[in-house]
Write a protein that binds this ligand. Structure first.
Ligand code: FES
Ligand SMILES: [Fe+2]
Length: 412
């Protein structure tokens, strides 16, 4: 449970808010590269951290992000003409380059120097791993791109998808660090109509949780008994500001999720699966429309099938990610009221994640910059799901299973 003040502090991300300032220290995955498929392609709308932006790709192929409201008289640059390395407002023809400089002002006298005084807010953008990342913080603190493994493997060995989720970003992140929900929300029903565990090692429904504070964020560890002499460990890394890798692999593929705030009541969900050995199918986690909105959504009750809920699945909702969305998009509204919660032992990961976020935002508020934005190698991580002798310390298992080799190098 959080106080009302803490709940506001941790969820709000607009300009000038403490958590908004924290998010403005990191590169954020915001657009699929395919949204800007080629040089001079149509601009796209982008909402990020409560700001209305427009993204485009310049003639030279560079992704660019500007404030969407024209500084002349607030027309929307989304209608603009993307031409010759800049975006030209269609109202009176002012043109801006990728850095926000006003490079043409055709409706002013030829000798006017007015354009030199005009600057449109512009944010750095870069393409990595099939995604366009945006940095919205102070230019002099520009961070390094996090070396997440899925951004380092060949494109055919990863599948990245995007969806808009209609809730505050923290609700999605909390779901990712809460491993106890998987045995319920995502369960299938057996012939006896009781939930079937994905894995017999999950039969122990009461794992013991522990948390390790790390340079990237937290290692959230769930330990279950496996026979009399072994433990089954599942470790989820929470990487600041809002990234996780769920424990274990599906067919050798890992799964990354990023909960990126659009505004206080909606977010961009980026999910990436990747495999180190072979190509994987390019498949979205959620069926979406052209604007990345889920076809199963709160307006159609996520197409819940109550008969299926009795007979084959715990929720009656098709798709793991949609099951998450159904519960996360309305937890007493799009911004959950955390003053009314009752948290138990299984919420250890959720509690620790909130604490770390609050501490990091408060530290920044007092002038201490976060370290992760300048430590890209801290993001060279996997999740872990292993059975090991009880005598082996989990920190040792983490060192062996979670850190990825430095031989994989950055390519765009
Ligand atoms: S409003 Fe954009 S040029 Fe006038
Ligand atoms: Fe889930």
């Amino acid at each position: 449970m959080l106080s009302r003040k803490e709940n506001t502090y941790i969820t709000e991300i607009g300009p000038g808010t403490p958590m908004g300032n924290l998010f403005r220290r990191y590169w954020l995955p915001a657009l699929m590269a395919e949204e800007l498929p080629e040089a001079d392609c149509p601009p796209v709308r982008l909402k990020l951290l409560g700001e209305d932006l427009v993204a485009f790709r310049t003639t030279s192929g560079r992704p660019a992000v500007l404030d969407t409201w024209c500084p002349h008289r607030n027309a929307n640059l989304f209608w603009g003409r993307n031409e010759e390395d800049g975006l030209r407002c269609v109202y009176h023809g002012w043109k801006f380059d990728a850095d926000g400089a006003c490079v043409d002002m055709p409706n002013e006298p030829p000798r006017s120097r007015f354009a030199e005084k005009i600057r449109q807010p512009a944010y750095q953008a870069v393409e990595r791993g099939g995604v366009i990342w945006v940095y919205m913080g102070p230019p002099d603190l520009s961070p390094a791109i996090p070396e997440l493994e899925w951004t380092l493997v060949p494109p055919s060995q990863r599948s990245v998808s995007k969806r808009i989720q209609e809730c505050n970003w923290l609700q999605n992140l909390e779901g990712e660090v809460d491993s106890s929900h998987a045995n319920f929300l995502h369960a299938q029903l057996g012939p006896d109509r009781r939930p079937v565990r994905n894995d017999e090692r999950d039969e122990d429904l009461h794992p013991v949780f522990s948390i390790l504070e790390t340079d990237y964020g937290l290692a959230i560890c769930a330990r279950r008994d496996a026979g009399t002499d072994k433990y089954y460990w599942r470790i989820t890394p929470f990487m600041l500001p809002s990234y996780t890798i769920i424990p274990g692999t599906y067919g050798g593929s890992y799964t990354f999720t990023g909960a990126v705030p659009r505004d206080d009541t909606s977010m961009i969900g980026i999910t990436a699966t990747w495999n180190l050995e072979h190509d994987i199918p390019q498949r979205p986690f959620v069926e979406v429309d052209a604007n990345y909105n889920s076809l199963q959504n709160k307006r159609n009750d996520y197409l819940i099938d109550r008969e299926a809920q009795k007979t084959v699945s715990f929720t009656g909702i098709r798709g793991v990610r949609v099951q998450d969305m159904a519960v996360q998009e309305d937890q007493r509204g799009p911004i959950s009221d955390r003053t009314t919660e009752h948290l138990g032992a299984s919420d250890t990961g959720v509690i620790a994640t909130r604490r770390r976020l609050l501490a990091q935002a408060q530290a920044l508020h007092k002038g201490t910059e976060p370290s992760q934005p300048h430590d890209p190698q801290a993001y060279r991580l996997r999740s872990m799901a292993v059975v090991a002798d009880r005598s082996v310390p989990w920190q040792e298992l983490m060192a062996e299973h979670m850190h990825i080799p430095t031989t994989l190098t950055m390519s765009s």
